[in-house]
Design a protein around this ligand. Structure first.
Ligand code: HEM
Length: 255
């Protein structure tokens, strides 16, 4: 595999719009070409006149002989020809050994699915029930609780929406905390024990662990807020179960 980078510089904003349209049309030929494994066109943020087109080819030869010598190239070139003079660089690059591991699309996949979340929940509640600060809070703990928490986390982290389907959804989760009057000390201990469980049970990926702990920090504040209201209080309609992903602003963090 080889990556071709084509750097364009297009000063006129009107020509930029036409350029993007032209590539949207030319993408049809790239999509149809067996030699092309993928592509994207990126625009400069600080300098919007700059564009980089990245195309993954099966090989340099497949690109130069296969695609350029094949039936799709004529139409492709017709569409992008007006921008040939705007090209600053057009070269193939080979990968070096320096590259990130591919990242799973959701935190659910990244942690290792429901199996990993069950192990996390088991380890966490074993610590909770042995903890002098938290054990009294969980006086009515049942084995189903462990499973419900794993299923809730699966949904929040982008897995199947089973908590919504079978366990009362967002409303049910919030109601479970009514009347508990969680103190700051209890919330912090909850987080401390969860952090220990995350270290033991989740993959050793620092970005993953940080993002998961950011969820717990956020979620425990909501649980504590709700816990100040009396048992049976009317919570209204809290909306759908929040989703939590890699992107800080991409999730439903204000839900
Ligand atoms: C992100 C944070 C949290 C999540 C995801 C979470 C999740 C859950 C879930 C799914 C349930 C329902 C279990 C069931 O239906 O069996 C539940 C209940 C409960 N949670 Fe949390 N929780 C969080 C924070 C907290 C905190 C900070 C505390 C206290 C320090 C707490 C104490 C409890 C208790 C005592 C129950 C059981 C209430 C009962 O007896 O019915 N939770 N939690």
């Amino acid at each position: 595999m080889t990556t071709e980078y084509i750097r364009y510089r297009i000063a006129d904003p009107e020509r930029r719009a036409a350029f993007e349209k032209a590539y949207a049309a030319a993408a049809e030929q790239l999509d149809a070409a067996p030699e092309c494994l993928g592509y994207d066109l990126a625009q400069g943020v600080e300098e919007p006149e700059r564009y980089i087109l990245r195309i993954e080819w099966t090989s340099v030869e497949d690109h130069l002989k296969g695609f350029r010598g094949g039936p799709l190239f004529g139409d492709f070139l017709d569409r992008v020809r007006p921008y040939i003079d705007d090209i600053e660089e057009m070269k193939h690059y080979a990968r070096t050994a320096v590259a990130s591991a591919p990242r799973a699309a959701t935190l659910y996949e990244a942690v290792g699915g429901i199996g990993a979340l069950r192990r996390l929940s088991d380890t966490f509640y074993a610590a909770v029930l042995a903890d002098p600060v938290l054990a009294p809070v969980f006086a009515h703990f049942t084995p189903e609780h462990r499973e419900h928490v794993a299923v809730w986390l699966a949904e929040v982290f982008g897995g199947p929406a089973d908590f919504t389907a079978t366990a009362g959804g967002h409303q049910g989760l919030l109601r479970a905390h009514l009347g508990l009057a969680v103190t700051d000390e209890q919330r912090l201990r909850w987080l401390e024990l969860m952090s220990g469980a995350v270290d033991r049970e989740l993959p050793p990926d620092p970005a993953l662990r940080r993002r998961v702990m950011e969820y717990f920090d956020w979620g425990t504040r909501i649980a504590q807020d709700v816990s100040r209201q009396p048992d049976g209080a009317d919570l209204g309609e809290p909306g759908a179960t929040p989703r939590w992903g890699w992107e800080k602003d991409g999730g439903n963090e204000t839900a």
